[in-house]
Design a protein around this ligand. Structure first.
Ligand code: NAD
Length: 496
């Protein structure tokens, strides 16, 4: 059986006594094992990173940009291979995996403009004969800890921008699907990044703790569940690290009575069931306002029933399995709790059977109506293909639901009324808002981040926010001796 190792200094690296199984979620088979690193591996990686950093900080931003241009091309050329690696270990369809790579590629394109992004500020004559300028300088060694659901897109939010800013980077991908992440780093080196600039350590909490505790690490970028995000934030802060930690979500889509119901139900299908609901920007709650709920259910039901569930390598498949047996069991148990709590399970995908894939982690799409805010299916992030409809009498009630939810990653409103949309955009205490857009993931030259329990730390991912996160500002105030312009003197210099 293949053992996936760490990737240090441009080659596989053997380290750590423990391994974790990697599954094909469509069949439930163990397809490989991944080594779990430890403090020793972390210490050796730090030495490699420090060495790589010595030369890298001296490279010009233009040189780094030229590597980034090569990298963009290589990612495009290898899109099929990368998508296959994602799908095999994650379970999502190939098309979905390609889409996520594309969103990561946009960040690489943004990083191609690094000479412009690193420009500083200059003020002439802040005092008589005094000028002030500021520059953005790299932090040193930055760390990224990434979740299973986007093993390519989320690492691409991090290391291209961090290294373009002049830092070295250590990636700790999810232990559930590391292969595509490893491929990304291999390709970065092929594009011209020096070996050892980006290293990958596989592992779990043991490696994460060792990285945070290491004095040579300057910053921690984390994306994953809120429970772990909060832990990472607190621990990193106690070790005086710069930290950004993006967490879980419970995204609502408000459907107003004046919305185009067909358009709203089409949008919900993709947003709730795409990638089997394992997206931090998935819509898991539809808030149906006024009398729109019945029409919405009428419109969405046949569309849900047509969703083709299947393995990633079936070309007709629109929704793959969930990532693990534990995830499947947790989702099913939340569905049972919804039924016990009195919500109406209109579509029940729990008993789906796929010939030849009986041991896979498949669950069909599920639809609940009359979900109430005190139910676990409303309160918990399900992270599976389960859509809950909550009925609200009016707009104010719908907005209140959004505002009172402890998570604040994304939300959207479907309406034809500009005034309502504008009020919602201003009032919702959520980081990313869509108006007639179900999954409002911002383009790479904006930035990605939620509010409330969906983020810990002051910086969003990518965009200018990331440039600020991965650099320190240095401000120089300077004055030059005056009088040089009086010209040369030929007589013997005398004091005074
Ligand atoms: P997770 O929190 O279990 O794991 C994320 C990373 O943290 C992994 O690399 C894992 O190895 C590591 N980790 C896990 N437990 C740890 C611990 N106790 N101490 C230190 N490190 C630990 O998340 P996941 O299951 O991989 O991903 C799904 C979650 O991520 C969902 O909650 C989803 O909403 C969230 N997510 C958020 C965003 C966002 O941008 N806000 C994006 C994607 C996923």
């Amino acid at each position: 059986m293949k053992i996936i190792k760490h990737y240090l200094n441009g080659q596989d690296y053997d380290g750590g006594d423990r391994t974790s199984d990697i599954f094909n979620p469509a069949t439930g088979e163990v397809i490989s094992k991944v080594q779990l690193g430890n403090k020793k591996v972390v210490n050796e990686t730090i030495d490699i990173s420090l060495k790589a950093l010595e030369n890298w900080t001296k490279t010009t931003p233009a040189k780094r940009a030229s590597i980034m241009f090569n990298y963009k091309k290589l990612l495009e050329d290898n899109a099929n291979t990368i998508a296959e690696l994602v799908s095999k270990e994650h379970g999502k369809t190939i098309e979905d995996a390609k889409g996520s790579l594309q969103r990561g590629l946009e960040v690489v394109e943004y990083a191609c403009g690094i000479p412009n992004l690193l420009k500083g500020e200059f003020s002439s004559q802040v005092g008589t004969g005094i000028d002030t300028f500021s520059m953005k300088q790299p932090l040193g060694i930055c760390v990224g800890i990434t979740p299973f659901n986007f093993p390519v897109m989320i690492p691409l939010w991090m290391f291209p921008l961090a290294t373009a800013c002049g830092n070295a980077f250590i990636l700790k991908p999810s232990e559930r699907d590391p292969s595509s992440t490893l491929k990304l780093v291999e390709l970065y080196e092929k594009a011209g990044a020096p070996k050892g600039l980006v290293n990958v350590i596989n592992g779990d909490k043991e490696v994460v703790d060792a990285l945070i505790e290491n004095k040579n690490i300057s910053s921690i970028s984390f994306v994953g569940s809120s429970k772990v995000a909060s832990y990472i934030y607190q621990k990193s802060a106690s070790y005086n690290k710069r930290v950004q930690a993006l967490g879980s979500a419970k995204n609502h889509m408000v459907v107003m009575p004046d919305a185009d119901v067909e358009q709203a139900s089409d949008a919900l299908i993709g947003a709730a069931f795409g990638s089997a609901g394992e997206r931090c920007m998935a819509i898991s709650v539809a808030v149906a306002v006024g009398n729109v709920a019945d029409d919405l259910i009428k419109s969405i039901t046949p569309k849900i029933n047509q969703i083709k569930v299947g393995p990633y390598n079936d070309k007709n498949s629109e929704m793959g399995p969930v990532v693990s047996k534990q995830a499947l069991d947790r989702i099913k148990s939340l569905i049972s709790s919804g039924v016990d709590d009195g919500a109406d399970l209109l579509i029940d995908g729990r008993d789906i059977k796929l010939q030849g894939y009986e041991s896979g982690y498949f669950i069909g799409p599920c639809l609940f109506d009359n979900v109430k805010t005190n139910m676990s299916i409303y309160k918990e992030e399900i992270f599976g293909p389960v859509l809950s409809i909550v009925r609200a009498d009016n707009y104010d009630q719908a907005l209140k639901l959004v505002k009172e939810n402890p998570y604040g990653n994304g939300c959207s409103i479907f309406t034809r009324d500009g005034d309502t949309a504008r009020d919602f955009s201003n009032e919702a205490n959520i980081g990313m808002i869509g108006v007639n857009i179900p999954i409002p993931v911002p383009v790479a030259y904006y930035s990605f981040g939620g509010w409330k329990n969906s983020i810990f730390g002051g910086h969003n991912a990518y965009g200018m926010e990331a440039i600020r996160f991965y650099t320190k500002v240095k401000t120089v105030t300077s004055k030059w001796p005056q009088g040089i312009r009086q010209g040369a003197e030929f007589k013997m210099p005398t004091l005074g």
